[in-house]
Design a protein around this ligand. Structure first.
Ligand SMILES: *[C@@H]1O[C@H](CO)[C@@H](O)[C@H](O)[C@H]1NC(C)=O
Ligand SMILES: *[C@@H]1O[C@H](CO)[C@@H](O)[C@H](O)[C@H]1NC(C)=O
Ligand SMILES: *[C@@H]1O[C@H](CO)[C@@H](O)[C@H](O)[C@H]1NC(C)=O
Ligand SMILES: *[C@@H]1O[C@H](CO)[C@@H](O)[C@H](O)[C@H]1NC(C)=O
Ligand SMILES: *[C@@H]1O[C@H](CO)[C@@H](O)[C@H](O)[C@H]1NC(C)=O
Length: 429
């Protein structure tokens, strides 16, 4: 497999290494300390590694002030169809609407992790919370919490995957929980499995941590040293036994595969397991692992009882040259989306998307995609940036002053972009 775009592979590798080193750092919170190796690998992510993109087109927007000109005329909306399942939601645009308010805030929803609670962590600007995605072909209905809860009545909904998926789960919980009186709801958090219960609805909204979906030696606790992580690309049972009897499953897996190194993969069993691994490039390893997952779904899931969704890759915005901001520092200080139609940066690996498409095409159980990649590619303004924590602690002022090393341009502020992912998800549900 070759990258479908033939541009500056070295810089891309450098960036994914940095991205992944960063993911490693973010995860140390789960094990309570930062290894010096991680810190070192982050310090090595120097700006000079970032080579400018050769064929740039000028930015579509020049305005600096925050009141965007683009407000959709109501006529345009009236011409559109109601939402339908095959509407191409990835074609569309972000529209600013100052009267549009998120359904929750990090003060009203007690279930947000500090990592994504940007306002609480000091993010000063607020425009990023007032953009709505408008597909060209159809009207995407707003997220209706009452409808969401009705759809979940008597059901178990489970999000499975990595921290981006955990963000989507928290967003979903926060968008419905305020409808439920305190005594009617509960939250049980675990390192691997967390359950929000809506008692009156006999419904649960759960999260299960499985960053590669398949088994690895670094699921929990996470192994800091990327080179020591070994994946069992042909095994999923240890995790999958927790997925049976769930009515609605929503999977994802992406960022953990892009560590800039070959993926150490184990097949079958070996007397000395640590030695028996093979090294595969990320897209190949991903493909094998996803087949393992697909095979589990096809042999275990009764599509008459269970719906299966897959959230496509969540883009990272570590390289401001992608959106022609030469002086930018990752996504730091970006306060508006990059509105250029079809914008696709180096933080979304097309080879992984191709693997997802080709593996799922052959499945028997239908998979509904929550195709967030294109939509989220525009949202350079939506990440937690320096308004986050690392190793369980808020970034210090010194760290905040060094966004080239510390800005998190992988995770998203909540409320924020993942709310739109759930808006899409509910439309399909
Ligand atoms: C902006 O949001 C408000 C409040 O939700 C809504 O009434 C209005 O129709 C929205 N405007 C557009 C152009 O979508
Ligand atoms: C509650 O939901 C579970 C499935 O999640 C179901 O097995 C059970 O029968 C339901 N209970 C009631 C009282 O509806
Ligand atoms: C699902 O339902 C359809 C129609 O109701 C039926 O023909 C089919 O056999 C069912 N599939 C399974 C796996 O039970
Ligand atoms: C953020 O960007 C604005 C221009 O858009 C600039 O005036 C400001 O100095 C920048 N802030 C920082 C901390 O770099
Ligand atoms: C998601 O959308 C992109 C374009 O926005 C497309 O290239 C890709 O194939 C889609 N992925 C899936 C799994 O449908």
């Amino acid at each position: 497999m070759k990258p479908s775009h033939g541009k500056v592979p070295i810089s891309i590798v450098a960036i994914v290494v940095c991205v992944f080193a960063f993911v490693g750092l973010l995860y140390t919170k789960d094990i309570g300390y930062i290894s010096s190796a991680t810190v070192l690998s982050i310090s090595s992510c120097k700006p000079e590694l970032i080579i400018d993109h050769p064929n740039k087109s000028p930015s579509v927007e020049k305005k600096v002030n925050s009141a965007p000109e683009e407000v959709l005329g109501s006529d345009e909306e009236e011409d559109k169809d109601e939402f339908y399942p095959h509407c191409r939601v990835d074609r569309g645009k972000w529209v600013f609407n100052s009267s549009f308010k998120p359904l929750y805030s990090d003060r009203t929803c007690g279930y947000l992790e500090r990592q994504v609670a940007c306002v609480k962590n000091g993010r000063p600007d607020s425009d990023y919370r007032h953009w709505e995605w408008k597909p060209d072909e159809c009207i995407l209905p707003r997220f209706d919490p009452k409808l969401a809860l009705e759809k979940l009545r008597g059901k178990r909904l489970m999000f499975v995957g990595d921290s981006l998926q955990r963000g989507q789960w928290e967003s979903f919980v926060c968008m419905v929980e305020f409808m439920i009186p305190t005594e009617e709801k509960s939250m049980k958090r675990g390192h691997v499995h967390s359950v929000f219960k809506a008692k009156g609805y006999n419904a649960t909204i759960e999260f299960y941590w499985a960053p590669y979906l398949v088994e690895s030696n670094s699921d929990f606790p996470i192994i800091d040293d990327i080179k020591k992580r070994i994946l069992r690309v042909d095994r999923v049972a240890k995790h999958a036994k927790h997925w049976v009897d769930v009515d609605i499953l929503v999977f994802n897996t992406y960022i953990w595969w892009l560590n800039g190194y070959k993926i150490k993969t184990l097949w079958g069993s070996f007397p000395n397991e640590e030695e028996g691994y093979e090294e595969l490039d990320a897209p190949s390893a991903y493909r094998v692992a996803l087949r393992t997952w697909a095979n589990w779904v096809d042999t275990t899931i009764d599509p008459n009882k269970t719906r299966v969704f897959f959230t496509t890759m969540s883009p990272t915005h570590m390289r401001s040259a992608d959106w022609n901001n030469k002086k930018g520092k990752r996504c730091f200080n970006e306060t508006r989306p990059y509105l250029k139609r079809g914008h696709w940066g180096t933080g979304s690996d097309k080879r992984i998307m191709e693997a997802v498409v080709s593996v799922t095409e052959r499945m028997q159980v239908p998979i509904t995609f929550i195709n967030i990649t294109q939509i989220s590619e525009h949202r350079i303004d939506g990440h937690t940036s320096v308004y986050t924590e690392t190793g369980g602690k808020l970034l210090t002022d010194e760290q905040k002053a060094d966004p080239l090393h510390y800005a998190d341009c992988i995770h998203w502020c909540l409320p924020g972009v993942p709310d739109t992912w759930n808006q899409l998800f509910l439309a399909y549900l």
